[in-house]
Unconditional design. Structure first.
Lengths: 116, 110
């Protein structure tokens, strides 16, 4: 099966611009997660979708971040306007089962975002 | 508050030597802990989980509630074990999120 696909793999944008990251989960996976790793810090949870619904968005840093999941398929994460501290690697993960944490996610390769 | 601490940012050992990657956690209640690994140019993937009490690629990890630790061990390190290792804790309150440590980069030298 195809894995979790993220694009772009890299993005360099200027402060104040808008960037949209995309994640295509494994087909049929209802659970979709976004995480990010800022340089020198731990990987942090951003939010969790179950199909098209936001199950938990407690990790979203502020209202400059907007996540959507159209029709319960792919997901986008938009940062508008981007700030320097948004630089990092954004990971997407998906899982089908009802206890995804215990069963393990399938992670994407990540999008490296650099805001200059 | 939930927290995972990996005190070693870098760890270097020689092939055939034992290796231990440390992980300590802070959690109220019964924790569910995991080790994830990211090999060079590969994706983050689950290595093992404490509830399974499994050994994967020769690695084991024992949950020690008294010391609030979940250290990852392997008796004889191999060069292909070189990777970034992350300890992670399942969030509380029914949450399905993971709380990660900062990771330890393991280098196994020939």
């Amino acid at each position: 099966e195809a894995g979790v696909t993220q694009f772009p793999s890299h993005s360099v944008i200027e402060k104040g611009q808008t960037v949209t990251l995309r994640c295509d989960p494994i087909s049929g996976h209802d659970n979709l997660y976004w995480y990010r790793r800022v340089m020198g810090k731990e990987i942090k949870f951003l939010l969790h979708f179950v199909k098209e619904s936001k199950q938990d968005e407690s990790g979203m840093p502020n209202n400059r971040f907007l996540a959507e999941r159209t029709g319960g398929t792919y997901s986008t994460l938009k940062v508008q306007p981007a700030e320097l501290e948004d630089s990092g690697v954004y990971f997407c993960a998906s899982s089908q089962v009802t206890t995804p944490v215990l069963s393990g996610y399938t992670f994407g390769s990540g999008t490296r975002l650099t805001v200059v | 508050a939930q927290r995972v601490t990996q005190p070693e940012k870098l760890l270097s050992v020689f092939k055939g030597a034992p290796v231990e990657l440390k992980c300590n956690y802070s959690y109220s209640g019964s924790p569910e802990l995991f080790w994830y690994v990211q090999y060079s140019r590969q994706r983050l993937q689950l290595l093992l989980r404490h509830i399974s009490r499994e050994s994967i690629k020769g690695f084991t990890a024992d949950l020690n509630k008294g010391e609030t630790s979940f250290h990852l061990k392997k008796p004889f390190a191999q060069e292909e074990d070189s990777a970034m290792y992350y300890c992670a804790l399942k969030g509380q309150g029914g949450s399905e999120k993971l709380v990660f440590g900062k990771g330890t980069k393991l280098t196994v030298n020939p």
